[in-house]
Design a protein around this ligand. Structure first.
Ligand SMILES: NC(=O)c1ccc[n+]([C@@H]2O[C@H](COP(=O)([O-])OP(=O)(O)OC[C@H]3O[C@@H](n4cnc5c(N)ncnc54)[C@H](OP(=O)(O)O)[C@@H]3O)[C@@H](O)[C@H]2O)c1
Length: 170
C-alpha cells in the first residue's frame, strides 16, 4: 500500500515562499500548524531548506535530498535522487506507522513533487513580499478544497493568512 504524499507550504499571495534561503515572515500560528502536520511523519526536504533550518526537527524522520555525494548531517537520512527520497519516506512511514509522507520544501522540491502529491496543506500569507523562492503554479481545478480557515493578523502573526487544505480530484 502506498502511503499518501502531502506537501505542507506557506506561500504569499504572489507565491513567494522565501528569500536568500530564509523564511520571510513571522507567523507563530503557522509554525504550530507545520509542527502538527509533520509530527511523527517522515519529512522530505531539499538540502537548502535543511541547511536553512540547521538541524533535524525533533519527532520527525528527516530525509534530505542532495546531489552532493559527500553531504552528511546528524540524525537525517541523506538521499541523492528523488526516487530514493520518496522510497525512504515510504519505508520510514511503513516502519513507524505514519499515515503520510510530507514534502517540506523548498521551491525546487515542491516543483518536482507537486504532480505526485495527494494533498496540499497550504498557508496563504496575505502579503506581496519580494523573494527568490516560489511555490510552483498549479491548476486549481485539479484540486478539491477540503478545509479553509481564515486568520487575522495578531501579535505573533505578522500578516493575515488562510489555511487551505486541498485534495487531488484525479
Ligand atoms: N514557506 C515555506 O513553506 C517554505 C518551506 C521550505 C522552504 N522554504 C524556502 O525555500 C527556499 C529554499 O528552496 P530552494 O528551491 O532554493 O531549495 P530546496 O528545494 O530546499 O533545495 C534544493 C536542493 O535540493 C537538492 N535537490 C533537489 N532536487 C534534487 C534531486 N532530484 N536529486 C538530488 N538532489 C536534489 C539539491 O541540493 P544540492 O545543491 O546539495 O545538490 C538542490 O540544490 C528557502 O528560501 C526556504 O526558506 C519555504
Amino acid at each position: 500500500m502506498t502511503i499518501p504524499l502531502i506537501a505542507v507550504a506557506a506561500l504569499a499571495d504572489n507565491h513567494v515562499i522565501g528569500n536568500d534561503n530564509r523564511l520571510i515572515w513571522r507567523l507563530k500560528t503557522d509554525l504550530k500548524r507545520f509542527r502538527r502536520l509533520t509530527m511523527g511523519r517522515p519529512l522530505i526536504m531539499g538540502r537548502k531548506t535543511f541547511q536553512s533550518i540547521g538541524k533535524a526537527l525533533p519527532g520527525r524522520h528527516t530525509v534530505v535530498l542532495t546531489r552532493d555525494l559527500h553531504f552528511g548531517a546528524e540524525g537525517v537520512t541523506v538521499t541523492h535522487t528523488l526516487e530514493a527520497a520518496l522510497a525512504a519516506g515510504q519505508d520510514l512511514a511503513q516502519r513507524h506507522g505514519a499515515d503520510a509522507v510530507v514534502i517540506g520544501g523548498g521551491a525546487d522540491l515542491y516543483d518536482q513533487t507537486l504532480p505526485m502529491c495527494d494533498r496540499l496543506h497550504l498557508t496563504y500569507v496575505h502579503a506581496q513580499p519580494a523573494g527568490d523562492a516560489l511555490f510552483p503554479a498549479f491548476a486549481r481545478g485539479e484540486w478539491l478544497e477540503t478545509s479553509r480557515e481564515e486568520h487575522s493578523r495578531g501579535p505573533d502573526d505578522e500578516h493575515p493568512f488562510t489555511f487551505l487544505d486541498l485534495k487531488r480530484r484525479i
